[in-house]
Design a protein around this ligand. Structure first.
Ligand SMILES: NC(=O)c1ccc[n+]([C@@H]2O[C@H](COP(=O)([O-])OP(=O)(O)OC[C@H]3O[C@@H](n4cnc5c(N)ncnc54)[C@H](OP(=O)(O)O)[C@@H]3O)[C@@H](O)[C@H]2O)c1
Length: 362
């Protein structure tokens, strides 16, 4: 399919939770975006009414993009958001997101969310455009239900947990080519995954914390929805076992994952390597502005990928794979690395929104 035409006028968007770690990434990635322009920023009551530059403790290299520091933060509620805006990016905490995002969708907004609150809802796509672009078919059902209840036809689309995102980007070519029976993953997750200020320095310096609350449960279920099939009444989850152990390590950005897979069909090491190398998804076919090319980078060096060297591959949107080798317990094992606040959070939601536009859903 040919590249998608840009909209005649840029689409105005809002960012919910704009002062946090993920909110800041949205601001950075949307600066100069060819299709979208930031027109509203929201945060908690603590920050509402303040200028963004005063309320946010900016933590991304390069400073706050032009035009943002003077914008005033508005409440995260429908009446407070500029009437011309139809797309909202959500980076608010999971506990708050459930009610707030539903209320905004009921008011007619398209909400692209990072939060976990709605990820497993039957009628909400858990979306990675490289993996399951057809899952946007669920949106029609959400709109129908809202209209039947006398609400407006907004909707919610979610992106997965930052660790599931890169894991499933790497699993997708194997699932398509050989089928997956079982996956074991041990993660080494960056500090920025816990938001800002996140984990106390006294807890993580000279240390590894072998527990991240709620993380293993998400990594064990989200891949099954992502790799599932669209049916009339929702998604039929992939018949796949996933076992996860999550660890927090003293790295600023970039989640590393040690993965072992058991395949349904026989495949040689070269077959598996070629499946990674040749994979092209819908974002590459559509030429979406934020799509990395290639989406998966297969390293052959003995000691790559590494967070500090490889997390910005494809401007933080690519998934790096390396150390591919046979596994005596499973069939193959390899390392996966990806940027957690770019592709794993804000960049993932932005790519979702680009897919929605390309599919005529905005
Ligand atoms: N960090 C990651 O790598 C990552 C990856 C994937 C998904 N996520 C998800 O993305 C979301 C944001 O994570 P984060 O790391 O950016 O968190 P964070 O740094 O703690 O930022 C939270 C943001 O939400 C705002 N907020 C807090 N309570 C609110 C309320 N009641 N109403 C409206 N806004 C409120 C905060 O505003 P104030 O500044 O005013 O407090 C801040 O802007 C979470 O749901 C998280 O699970 C994070």
């Amino acid at each position: 399919m040919a590249a998608v035409n840009a909209p005649a006028r840029k689409i105005k968007v809002g960012i919910l939770g704009a002062t946090g770690a993920v909110g800041q990434r949205f601001i950075q990635l949307l600066a100069g975006h060819p299709w979208f322009e930031v027109a509203a920023l929201t945060a908690s009551d603590r920050s509402v009414g303040k200028a963004y530059g005063e309320a946010a403790k900016w933590i991304i290299r390069g400073g706050i993009p032009a035009g943002i520091a003077g914008m005033h933060l508005v409440p995260t509620e429908p009446g407070a958001i500029d009437g011309e805006i139809r797309l909202l990016f959500s980076a608010i905490p999971g506990g708050t997101a459930g009610g707030v995002e539903s209320e905004l969708a009921d008011a007619g907004f398209a909400v692209c969310s990072n939060a976990s609150a709605h990820r497993m809802d039957e009628d909400v796509p858990l979306l990675i455009p490289d993996v399951n672009p057809e899952h946007t078919a669920l949106i029609a059902g959400q709109k129908r239900k809202r209209l039947a209840l006398g609400k407006k036809a907004g909707y919610i689309v979610t992106n997965p947990n930052c660790t599931s995102t890169h894991l499933v980007c790497a699993l997708k070519p194997l699932h398509d080519a050989f089928g997956l029976r079982a996956v074991n993953v041990v993660t080494m997750q960056a500090l920025s995954g816990a938001g800002y200020p996140g984990v106390a320095s006294m807890d993580i310096l000279d240390n590894v914390v072998p527990y991240i609350g709620g993380e293993e449960e998400k990594i064990e279920i989200e891949p099954r929805k992502l790799l599932g099939k669209v049916k009339a009444d929702g998604i039929e989850y992939a018949d796949l076992l996933v076992s996860a152990q999550a660890n927090r390590v003293a790295v600023r950005n970039g989640h590393l994952e040690a993965v072992s897979v058991k395949l349904r069909d026989e495949a040689s090491l070269e077959d598996v390597a070629e499946a990674f190398r040749s994979y092209r998804g819908e974002p590459q076919r559509l030429g979406l502005p934020t799509a990395p090319e290639p989406a998966i980078i297969l390293h052959t060096e003995a000691d790559r990928p590494q967070p500090r060297l490889d997390r910005l591959a494809g401007k933080g949107m690519a998934t790096s794979v390396g150390r591919l080798r046979p596994d005596p317990l499973f069939d193959y094992k390899f390392i996966v690395l990806g940027h957690n606040t770019i592709r794993g959070a804000a960049g993932g939601a932005l790519l979702n929104a680009e897919l929605l536009y390309a599919q005529g859903l905005l």
